[in-house]
Design a protein around this ligand. Structure first.
Ligand code: ASP
Length: 345
């Protein structure tokens, strides 16, 4: 069953403090750089991660390893049947099957683990950590990932809840005018693709970092589709000398820029976390094909990056204004992201 990382198995890494920002914020930037008030402890997460950052920081303050703390944090959403974007209760693929993606990195040991298109297991974050901890591999997918989880005693369960099944049935019924499914009344905008994910990046007072991202991915996706969340370097990335970063939003657009890695690299060059996230978003826009741009030239999708640096500063930025959860070692709270574009999408 779930195991914790042995702290003895990981080498501590020397702290190298990143410098300040090189670039100014965009016109729509929120003052999102926050300094940890209690030496070192900090966490940043997507807005659904307020409970995650609270739990992760509390556990780190009690001495729990950074990755273990982050996993325990995101598991709150994975196990929450009311969060339809992550784990149990997550929205399924077009066949009505929930396929989960997750990846993680442990800064001190420079190790990574990931699972993609995992079915029947409620907590892919734990399975990604098992890959990290017990194998010579980094990513397991599909049936192999499930068998791997079962070998550790995890139970195979139906991940659809009555609510998520109901939403999928409504989507299938209304999918096309010319198909054999009779349309049903719905207040969900047609063509809307519900998304959602939790990313969480943490640092402890020793300056050790970890990162994790877990998701049920894009709703109604083609079976087998893996998004950015299980891709180390896209959905999340951690360098114990520099910082950690991760993402939520349109996964394919993140994969194209290796956004988790790129954001950490921007911090390596001295950018503060929010500036690093904004700079990565500029690259995303530059890589976006015309079919995904509106008449105003802006993207027709949302993408958000979250980052923490070696100093315990956190920040987040999105294409369109959004929110994120942060913990400065004392208090967990929700903040506005900086954004490239003004106003709602
Ligand atoms: N990034 C996730 C994916 O593409 C979805 C999301 O965060 O909304 O699978």
């Amino acid at each position: 069953m779930p195991t914790t990382l042995s702290r003895r198995t990981f080498l501590g890494a020397a702290a190298t403090v990143a410098g300040g920002s090189l670039l100014p914020h965009s016109a729509y930037a929120a003052p999102a750089i926050r300094r940890s008030r209690v030496a070192g402890f900090a966490a940043v997460s997507s807005a659904n991660g307020l409970r995650a950052v609270e739990r992760a920081v509390r556990l780190m303050q009690e001495g729990t390893d950074t990755l273990d703390a982050a996993v325990e944090g995101v598991k709150i959403q994975e196990l929450d049947p009311n969060d339809m974007s992550v784990g149990y209760g997550g929205l399924p693929n077009e066949d009505g099957v929930v396929q989960l993606d997750a990846s993680c990195m442990h800064g001190p040991s420079r190790r990574a683990g990931a699972v993609a298109a995992l079915e029947g297991i409620k907590t892919p974050s734990e399975i990604a950590r098992l890959v990290l901890k017990h194998t010579n591999h980094i990513m397991l997918v599909g049936e192999g990932a499930k068998r791997f989880a079962l070998s550790y005693g995890y139970a195979e369960e139906d991940l659809l809840t009555p609510r998520s099944r109901e939403r999928w049935l409504r989507w299938r019924a209304n999918r096309g005018a010319a198909d054999d499914w009779l349309d049903v009344a719905t207040d969900e905008p047609t063509g809307m693709r519900p998304t959602g994910t939790i990313n969480c990046n943490v640092i402890n007072e020793a300056g050790d970092l970890s990162s994790i991202t877990t998701t049920s991915g894009l709703a109604w996706k083609i079976p087998g589709r893996a998004g950015d969340s299980p891709i180390v370097g896209a959905g999340q990335y951690c360098d114990n000398e520099i910082g950690a970063a991760g993402s939520t939003g349109r996964g394919e657009s993140n994969i194209l820029v290796c956004g988790g890695f790129l954001t950490v690299e921007h911090m390596r060059r001295g950018m503060a976390p929010t500036d690093a996230c904004l700079e990565t978003l500029r690259r995303v826009v530059a890589m976006t094909p015309p079919r995904l741009l509106g008449e105003d030239g802006q993207t027709d999708f949302q993408l958000t990056f979250y980052a923490v640096n070696k100093k315990g500063e956190i920040g987040a930025a999105s294409l369109y204004p959004s929110r994120y959860a942060g913990h400065d070692g004392t208090t967990a709270s929700i903040h506005d992201t900086a954004s490239l574009y003004k106003g709602p999408r």
